[in-house]
Design a protein around this ligand. Structure first.
Ligand SMILES: Cc1cc2nc3c(=O)[nH]c(=O)nc-3n(C[C@H](O)[C@H](O)[C@H](O)COP(=O)(O)OP(=O)(O)OC[C@H]3O[C@@H](n4cnc5c(N)ncnc54)[C@H](O)[C@@H]3O)c2cc1C
Length: 279
């Protein structure tokens, strides 16, 4: 199938894009890398009057490194992160996850902002960013707001984006030297979408122990105070402290009751812990 006819605009500033998406008389869609939107247009699942291409906006391709975090624009691609064009402040976590997304052609075009907004539960960025404690910055008619990544996905293919709002940047905290992270994506072939994700961050110097169970049918399950599951994060082998019964209870409480799904997700988290990486 072919998309419906639509108009196309490529503003050079965020303010120009916001003006265009504020038009309530038209169906307006933002396009970034088009890796998810493209197929939806072709299948006519989305039928816009106007496509607003945001990839020409310089502000969305910039990064700003501060003492405690890095903030980078929504149009930074998976390949930008893989190739370290964005400095890595995560002891290798983000570049490693980027390398496992699809194949290079997709990574060259697909953007972090597009992936987070598309809100596919199987996507990688939601899970690792939630484990790292990242936040998204949204700008719209009422100004700017910053929310945790885990609150941005409301459910499958649904992001917390108000009318006329767009995602402008992502803030990722810098990990301390004692930090360890793990990410395990269960999929049949390298680069495929996951059917289970386990991710964690143990950063005892900052008092952070977070666990994420992703690729559920909806938003990832995020445990922000995971001390009862993996201890205080200082043990040499984090998998030795792993309490799979506690994880099982959390998963069930989140509504995942199918025993095979549950077990696949518990195993994914166990493998993430086995593969704990440090700075
Ligand atoms: C073959 C294939 C395999 C893939 N495998 C994986 C995988 O293993 N793991 C994975 O995580 N992903 C995978 N993806 C998805 C890929 O990562 C996409 O790049 C990503 O989902 C969408 O990013 P995009 O920049 O292409 O967004 P687009 O397709 O351009 O947009 C997606 C949605 O986000 C909206 N949008 C985009 N940017 C903004 C913004 N700044 N503000 C507000 N709204 C915005 C658009 O309106 C649209 O609704 C795969 C894709 C393909 C085609």
């Amino acid at each position: 199938m072919k998309p419906v006819n639509f108009d196309y605009a490529r503003p050079g500033e965020v303010s120009g894009a916001l003006k265009l998406i504020a038009d309530e008389g038209l169906t307006v869609k933002i396009v970034a890398g088009s890796q998810s939107l493209g197929p939806m247009l072709n299948m006519r699942l989305v039928q816009p009057d106007l496509l607003v291409d945001i990839t020409g906006i310089e502000e969305l391709r910039r990064f700003d490194e501060r003492p405690d975090e890095i903030e980078f624009g929504a149009c930074i691609t998976h390949a930008d992160i893989e190739d370290l064009r964005i400095p890595d402040v995560t002891c290798g976590a983000l570049p490693s996850v980027a390398r496992g997304i699809a194949y290079r052609a997709v990574r060259n075009r697909g953007t972090v902002g597009g992936s987070l907004t598309h809100a596919d539960p199987s996507a990688d960025w939601h899970s690792i960013m939630a484990a790292l404690g990242a936040k998204v910055v949204l700008r719209g008619p009422a100004g700017e707001r910053t929310i945790p990544v885990e609150d941005y996905m409301l459910g499958a293919l649904e992001a917390d984006l108000g009318p006329g709002e767009m995602l402008v940047s992502i803030k990722v905290p810098k990990l301390s030297r004692s930090a360890r992270w793990g990410y395990y994506k269960s999929c049949r072939k390298t680069g495929e979408f996951a059917h289970a994700i386990g991710a964690f961050l143990a950063d005892p110097d900052r008092g952070v122990i977070r666990v994420v169970i992703g690729a559920t049918e909806s938003r990832p399950i995020v445990i922000t105070d995971a001390g009862n599951i993996i201890g205080d994060g200082r043990a040499e082998r984090l998998d030795a402290a792993f309490d799979s019964h506690a994880v099982s209870e959390v998963i069930e409480a989140a509504g995942m009751t199918n025993p095979i799904d549950k077990q696949t997700h518990i195993v994914a988290l166990g493998r993430a812990l086995e593969q704990a990486q440090s700075a």
